[in-house]
Design a protein around this ligand. Structure first.
Ligand SMILES: Cc1ncc(COP(=O)(O)O)c(C=O)c1O
Length: 325
């Protein structure tokens, strides 16, 4: 049964033969979780689908979360709150900018209460989310705090379900096994949910660190363990593969290689990635495929994030690269 309230599921799974040829991958597929529907979609819609239901079931009247100024998770949380007529508070890093673009523009448009200067480090923002929730509770509200990236047991559980969705899609296509799933890692919640859902199968997951979370290597297995306990399912997690070599200059900052991965996806398959998450994941996949470490049936999880393309920073970067060509 599809438990979805706000997400459009199942998302399509598409062959990517032209990109596969460029990367040297014989059987490459794209799982289109950029098409989950709500407010321009992305992986966070799957998580919010379950989180907002839990919040409403508990009688909460405000969702509280946070992230970077271009957080996709913040944007989708604001949209999910509106669907249920409840408040949304966002703890965002950095000062209030003069110009609102991309995700921040959409958070504003969606009417969320934005708390700027919420700290620059991952755990500063996590603390700020809890402080804002405490303040709302003190003034009589019923807040529902959501960690960065929706990486709670409920949010991770959404990707346990997604792993089964992908298995079901291939069962209907040709029943061939998947060798690898490749995904961008921010909070690590998506990666953890996939590992849990894939269970004892031979499919491996490569998570690509984009520079969000300092303790990613520890966080992914911890999230698998806590979610398995919460859902009362077996934890058959195998090796946790995390690539740290394609972060580039840092979180939210693209290298030339990142931009080249963006161009490759766009110009081979008409596939629009984003410069903060998915292009870094594709850049890593390109390296691992070239080294022969990844091949066979490979699923690249497109987790969304395209609003960040429409910010001044990336317009500038793309233009600079074009000028030097
Ligand atoms: C577009 C996009 N891709 C990937 C991720 C990473 O997902 P997770 O936080 O579950 O690791 C995020 C969020 O951080 C995102 O917005």
């Amino acid at each position: 049964m599809n438990p979805s309230i706000i997400a459009h599921l199942p998302t399509p799974i598409e062959r990517a033969p032209r990109l596969g040829e460029i990367l040297g991958i014989t059987d490459l597929w794209i799982k289109r979780d950029d098409l989950t529907g709500l407010a321009l979609g992305g992986n966070k819609v799957r998580k919010l689908d379950l989180l907002v239901k839990d919040a409403v079931d508990q009688g909460c009247n405000a969702l509280v979360t946070g992230g970077g100024r271009q957080s996709n998770h913040a944007r989708v949380t604001a949209a999910a709150a509106n669907r249920f007529g409840i408040e949304c508070h966002l703890a965002l890093s950095g000062p209030q900018p003069k110009r609102y673009e991309g995700n921040l523009l959409m958070c504003h448009l969606l009417g969320a209460t934005i708390h700027f200067n919420s700290g620059n480090e991952y755990y500063d923002i996590e603390e700020r989310i809890l402080n804002i929730s405490d303040q709302l509770a003190e003034s009589g509200g019923l807040p529902y705090p959501i960690p960065i990236g929706g990486a709670s047991t409920i949010g991770v559980g959404a990707y346990e379900l997604a792993a089964h969705e992908i298995e079901d899609q291939f069962a209907a296509i040709d029943n061939l096994a998947m060798d690898w799933i490749v995904v961008a890692d921010g909070s690590g919640g998506t990666h953890a949910g996939l590992l849990l859902g894939l269970g004892a199968s031979n499919t491996r997951v490569l998570g690509v660190d984009v520079g969000t979370r300092p303790d990613l290597d520890e966080a992914v297995p911890e999230l698998v363990k806590s979610t398995a306990e919460f859902l009362c399912v077996a934890n058959n997690m195998g090796t946790v593969f995390v690539d740290h070599d394609h972060v580039g200059p840092g979180y939210g900052r693209a290298s030339d290689q990142t931009i080249s991965a963006l161009r490759t996806a766009a110009q081979s398959e008409g596939l629009i990635l984003d410069p903060v998450y998915t292009a870094k994941a594709l850049d890593a996949l390109r390296t691992h495929a070239a080294d022969g470490r990844i091949n066979g049936r490979v699923i690249f999880l497109h987790t969304g994030g395209t609003p960040a393309l429409f910010t001044h920073e990336y317009e500038g970067l793309l233009r600079e690269e074009a000028d030097t060509n």
